[in-house]
Write a protein that binds this ligand. Sequence first.
Ligand code: DAS
Length: 363
Amino acid sequence: MLQQKTAQFMAAVLGMFIIATAQVHAQDAAKAPKLANVTILATGGTIAGSGASSTTTVGYTAATVGVQQLIKAVPELSKVANVNGEQVFQIASESMTNDHWLTLAKRVNTLLAQNTVDGIVITHGTDTLEETAYFLNLVVKSRKPVVLVGAMRPSTALSADGPINLYNAVLLAADPSAAGKGVLVAMGDQIHGARDVSKTNTSTPDAFKTTELGMLGYIQGGKPFFYRVSTRKHTADAEFDVSNLTSLPQVDIVYGYANMNTVALDAFVAAGAKGIIHAGTGDGSVAAKVKPGLIAARKGGTIIVRASRVGQGILARNGEANDDELDFVVSDTLSPQKARILLMLALTKTNNTKELQRMFYNY
Ligand code: DAS
């Protein structure tokens, strides 16, 4: 009889303990911050690359590891966000095309329109990462964070930078402070703005820099720290809309150098280019032998944008050429490859050179 009573008493105590523990867990869960929902869109590149050995840091194969494997390789992601992954494509980014950009932009805008998606991370090859970032900076119709991330070493290499770059990109996309700042690039514990970042080294892990205009901040100890923002229009404030576009106007780049000729320029124009970016020497200078070709192209209806191969500085209007007289546009501080992107999108709206020049001073 006594034993039965004791057993009943112990059962009651145990039951109360279990209920109390469950209540504590429930209270803790209620207090724990709700994690943001971040979708990872994978496109390929070195971050998804693999090499023959752990010491292979060049001459590896890009775009071999799938998005689920990338996520599985960084279990810490689940501590900073609820992540899910989509393999949008699997390419080395030197092979990125306008069609890829339109597909990616439409997917990003569809996802960001859903209130169950708080931010997006795009894993991408580093070769054209800056270009995709700038394209999205002009066409994403949301203030939610969009963060591009890559790696300079394949996932199989000693000190591979992909996993920590991916972890940083996800925690950045999950952080409310990243909203409204335009498309961001997270590489090497740094936060860069899409407009002004570029890949400045062929192979070292610190390749991504915003040399003169300055990066936006750092990621340290699992937190983003912003110190500046871009002054140019982007994302929800931009006037470009790709939702109904199935192609983009053809714009090509001619590179300036000593002894330059017009063979490439003439070929691009003959092939139907709607715009030419002239990546001139110095302040966008035009060689005497080339100027007649640019003038003829302009007269034939092709838009001419003077840019510079130099990499930094403002391209002065009416400096090295009389742009007012020749009806040329100047690229402001955009690199030739980014000037091409802005001109492509601008030509979906207008071919009025005054309007085009306004856009180069706005974005
Ligand atoms: N080929 C490069 C690319 O896919 C590899 C890389 O650096 O990501 O951009």
